[in-house]
Ligand binder design. Structure first.
Ligand code: NI
Length: 131
């Protein structure tokens, strides 16, 4: 770990402090690291680099058509899928977490296709990085 001094305008420092508060970060250093990492992850995704991520889906498992289509799509992109976890939330609803690794554009394509399926209640792609 290295230390370095940063000159920053008052209003920007206030933004850093509100980020610390909002995200329950322990201090300003952690907030700066958080922003840098976020920026690095964004650049990797925009540059179609090798990334990792996670798709969260919520759907009604009685909708068999949706289920079949989701499985078909996931098989087509099986080279990206590291794992899937299925949790039965209640009588109707299932929550699925699909963990992925691969080129950013392909992860986005897979995510878009799944989230757009007719009857999908909620879907979100969490964009992360390999390290
Ligand atoms: Ni289920």
């Amino acid at each position: 770990m290295k230390r370095f001094g940063v000159s920053i305008e008052d209003h920007l420092l206030e933004e850093v402090d509100s980020l610390v508060k909002k995200n329950q970060l322990p201090n300003r250093s952690q907030a700066i690291r958080f922003l840098i990492r976020k920026n690095l992850v964004r650049d990797k995704w925009e540059g179609n680099k090798e990334v990792s991520g996670c798709i969260v889906l919520v759907y009604d498992h009685h909708k068999r058509d949706l289920l079949n289509k989701s499985v078909d799509i996931q098989h087509k992109y099986q080279n990206l899928v590291l794992s899937t976890q299925h949790v039965h939330l209640d009588h109707n609803n299932c929550l699925e977490t699909i963990t992925l690794k691969g080129k950013a554009k392909e992860l986005r394509d897979l995510s878009d296709k799944l989230i757009a399926l007719k009857g999908m209640k909620h879907g979100e792609l969490v964009m992360s990085t390999i390290g």
